[in-house]
Write a protein that binds this ligand. Sequence first.
Ligand code: AP5
Ligand code: MG
Length: 204
Amino acid sequence: MNIILLGAPGAGKGTQAVRISEKYKIPHISTGDIFRKNIKEGTPVGLKAKAYIDKGQLVPDEVVVEIVENRLKEKDCKNGYLLDGFPRTLAQAEALSKITDIDAVINLDIDLKLLADRLTGRRICRDCGESYHISSFSGSECTKCGGEIYQRDDDNIETVNSRLTVYENQTKPLIEYYSSKNVLKNIDGGQDIDKVFEDIVKTL
Ligand code: AP5
Ligand code: MG
């Protein structure tokens, strides 16, 4: 099954992706994670992406499309995959449609007003990618794998506001795009994490 997870910054894409990927045994491909890994390793792609990510803007389409195209050619994608954070523009969606077929687009629908708090309070495991929130978690080690907990550089309020504006202008039109292709599944992303996952499993 080839799946896209669509949703605003902080809608819960990463949180649900870890669970979907485990249940359906398909690789979780997050373009944001790929960029953060490249930034950490100081690669040319990482250096280029950092300038955009720090400002909460999108990395240019051609850079992202090439990365995803290469990633989808890897062996582990042959029985399906889960895209998290890609596509994010109509141009990316058009490019993707020339590379592969998509079975389902899960849109995590949520009131944007809730997201600044979710994002500025988010903490993440460096090893397994599990997301936590400071309202319910204050540890320095991941409860799932023992990995180190960190805060993303782009989870400060200025960058978050700019990411939300970029979402409204550039990514939200994809809801209509995939709806017109009859593959869109709307899920209420404002429910608790387990309920969101339950609804995703039902719809898949
Ligand atoms: P990316 O890493 O994709 O970030 P994003 O889209 O801004 O989304 P987030 O990862 O912030 O949110 P999420 O939906 O995964 O939420 P999470 O599950 O963690 O991209 C980063 C940057 O890279 C972009 O700004 C851009 O510059 C660049 N980039 C990436 N892809 C690109 C592309 N295709 N084209 C161009 N540029 C690209 O949850 C958030 C918090 O909420 C956590 O604390 C979590 O515990 C909590 N939470 C989750 N679900 C719930 C729930 N149901 N109830 C309560 N709390 C919840
Ligand atoms: Mg994420």
